[in-house]
Design a protein around this ligand. Structure first.
Ligand code: PNW
Length: 456
């Protein structure tokens, strides 16, 4: 099965997970710097002070990407490297670092895809303004975005405003497993609203500035398959998808939250004023999808079902959807089920609900237990995972006719996996966190050959 020669094959990372240099080059603190240093928050007491040290080793990493044959690198800017306190002075050393990285990519024929916000909010904005609970943060984000477009927009033509605002909202403000570590049934909906406004304001700056190129958002969503064909289970699965992907995409396409959310949440769900509706509606040039797994959804609890906390879109109580797994499904090291056909259905659901918008898979990948370099170099599991998921995507494109234009593997290399620290490995390249040595795995060569074959 051959897909278009123009198809974008890439790899992805995020600033906090790979850069390190947390106190260098004039960078300010982010909420993840703070959160990771609170004892007990991160497995094994890890933090990303050094991470993969990409800040000092980006030339080596770009060379590895070139050798891999990817045409695109998705990475994020650390807002607090560009504006240390989030809202004040610009840090020239931060601008300089990203200029060097971008120029190095372009010199090597790799197209930069920049995410403006991958969760690392400047800590000062959290402390002085309550972060995403305050609309002012959206205004500060728009100013930061404008500074980025002005500084890099001559060379960066592919922009992603936000990475997985679902995670910032639910994991950061609902379940307290991510920074800023808040726990509330209502704050996720407030944070989400301000994140959507932030997206809208940034896109307005982009489009008004005539920079050229495209701008979109990366939303995460796993597939929800009705446990049985009953009406109740089918609507549970649909409800789960609307509380997950629909929550952050319907407003950008249709100008409001899914009706089912309004029905169930009432006044707990913020309203869009007419002005805000105009701001967000139509504010995305493409739909990013970060996809990792699939679960069954049902209207009633299933014995032995999943504790439906993480990975269940929206706040679980509000949805009344119960998740479970098929006992035969293989699991990644994050305990996420491997179900390639769920990916195909997910792409179809998005294509059918939001026709006319191109889809980019901005993340897909898997965690594998790799205790040593020898295991990592023989990551057959990851090769099979990628083969299955990429075939499913090809079916969505070639058989189902969905407009999917790119695919980014998460991740280029093992990195700081948030609350799991360095204990979960998702890279095509192993990173030895003692020596910082990079060691390509079998999956690196597998992906290299796959890209080569699909470009012939
Ligand atoms: C994404 N969930 O995170 C992020 O964009 C990456 O930074 C991260 O490393 C990658 O996926 C692997 O985890 C997610 O609970 C974290 O459903 C949690 C969930 C989904 C995505």
């Amino acid at each position: 099965m051959k897909i278009s020669k123009d198809f974008v094959w890439g790899v992805a990372t995020a600033a906090y997970q790979v850069e390190g240099a947390w106190l260098e080059g004039g960078k300010g603190f982010s909420i993840w710097d703070g959160y990771a240093h609170i004892p007990g928050k991160i497995l094994n007491g890890d933090n990303a002070d050094v991470a993969c040290d990409q800040y000092h080793r980006y030339e080596e990493d770009v060379a590895l990407m070139k050798e891999l044959g990817v045409t695109a690198y998705r990475f994020s800017f650390a807002w607090s490297r560009i504006i240390p306190d989030g809202s004040g002075e610009i840090n020239p050393a931060g601008i300089d670092y990203y200029n060097r990285l971008i120029n190095c990519l372009l010199e090597n024929g790799i197209v930069p895809w920049v995410t403006l916000f991958h969760w690392d909010l400047p800590l000062a904005l959290q402390m002085t303004h309550d972060g995403w609970l305050n609309r002012k943060t959206a205004e500060f984000f728009a100013r930061y975005a404008r500074i980025c477009f002005d500084s890099f927009g001559d060379r960066v033509k592919n922009w992603i405003t936000l990475n997985e605002p679902w995670c910032s909202s639910v994991l950061g403000h609902g379940l307290s497993v991510f920074a800023p570590g808040r726990q509330s049934p209502d704050e996720p909906y407030v944070a989400a609203h301000n994140l959507l406004i932030a997206h809208g304001l940034a896109v307005k700056e982009f489009r008004g500035g005539g920079f050229g190129g495209v701008i979109g958002i990366s939303n995460n969503c796993d597939w929800r398959e009705p446990l049985t064909d009953s009406e109740a289970n089918r609507s549970a699965a649909q409800r789960a998808l609307e509380f997950f992907y629909g929550w952050f995409t319907d407003p950008l396409v249709f100008g409001d939250y899914p009706a089912i959310m309004r029905e169930r949440l009432g006044g707990r769900l913020p309203d869009f004023t007419d002005e805000d509706r105009k701001l967000v509606k139509g504010s995305t040039d493409f739909l990013g999808l970060n996809h990792y797994s699939t679960a069954f959804a049902s209207a009633e609890p299933v014995p032995g079902g999943l504790d439906s906390v993480c990975g269940n879109g929206g706040m679980s109580n509000d949805q009344e959807v119960y998740l479970s797994h098929h006992p035969d499904w293989e699991k990644t090291d994050l305990q996420w089920s491997v179900v390639p056909w769920g990916f195909r259905k997910m792409l179809n659901w998005i294509g059918d609900r939001y026709p006319g918008l191109p889809i980019y898979v901005t993340e897909n990948g898997c965690a594998v237990a790799e205790p040593d370099a020898a295991t990592a170099k023989d990551d057959e599991f990851r090769c099979r995972f990628m083969g299955g998921y990429i075939d499913a995507m090809k079916e969505a494109i070639l058989v189902d006719g969905k407009d999917v234009r790119g695919y980014f593997v998460w991740s280029l290399m093992d990195n700081f996996e948030w609350a799991f620290g360095y204990s979960k490995r998702l890279g095509l390249i192993r990173c030895d966190f003692n020596t910082l040595e990079r060691i390509p795995k079998k999956s690196y060569y597998y992906y290299r050959d796959l890209i080569k074959n699909s470009q012939e």
